[in-house]
Design a protein around this ligand. Sequence first.
Ligand SMILES: [Zn+2]
Length: 306
Amino acid sequence: MTSHVYLGIDLGGTKIEIIALDALGNSLYRTRTQTPKHPDAKEQYRAIIQAIVHLVNDCEAHLGIQHSPLGVGIPGSESSETKLIKNANTTCLIGQPFRYDLSTALDRSVQLENDANCFALSEAVDGAGQNCSSVFAVILGTGVGGGWVINQQLIVGPNHICGEWGHNPLPWPSDQDEPKQPCYCGKQGCIETYLSGPGMTQQSHLQFNLTLNSHEIMAQRLNNPQAQKSYEAYVRRLAKSLASVINIMDPEVIVLGGGLSNIDSLYEDVPKIWGEYVFSDEVKTQLVKNQFGDSSGVRGAAWLNK
Ligand SMILES: [Zn+2]
């Protein structure tokens, strides 16, 4: 048995997953359970705590270990002031002292991070960015998020928003990018309204009168000129948005995750044009696909204690 075991929990809206990693990143144990549902938010919250306790106890019993360090990825964040959960789409967590309650129930300290930061850490420690000193990890999915890892350390910042580029405005906007669409955050024209999956669908409708989702756009683009134009507009917006990040932090590598990261042509097409916006005569930053896919969240949670 390896002496160091790192436990990670990925708490999602539909499932809770646990992984046990050894120090080399080998998976020693992994299982998942349904996220408990209950009409009463307090009951659901209690049930989620209990479900995590069961997962941890079963895992440690299976491996013959106890009191391993635990990291938890959640779809939200902890207020640095109140230590209560905010911005969680598993809404029963909101306003709860989740870390404290879990620490008490499991008799150990617990590290907590949002899922984008767990993704970033996973890819930086032993994923697609493992040999790079500076990694910007981007999620292009239902929403647009991101996280920064420098020298294998997650950067969170005093406001705990490091890497949240999705709610900056789209940089270098052109006439094509009008009219700006409202974002759930209260602003208009956020990067997320262009680059998320729903954003791509909405923009292709507004701009090219397509009623296709992102999968259909990609499937049809070779035979449908409007779908091809929609894809090209997406590429340019992604290139502009990433170029503005490169101008500020100049990362060695940018790792894409989320559903839209499966568009393989992005890794060739975006770097072809981001040089138009980067303030340099050459761009050495690499744009790469994630290595661990859906496993990044739970692996990154485990690495919170590395
Ligand atoms: Zn926004």
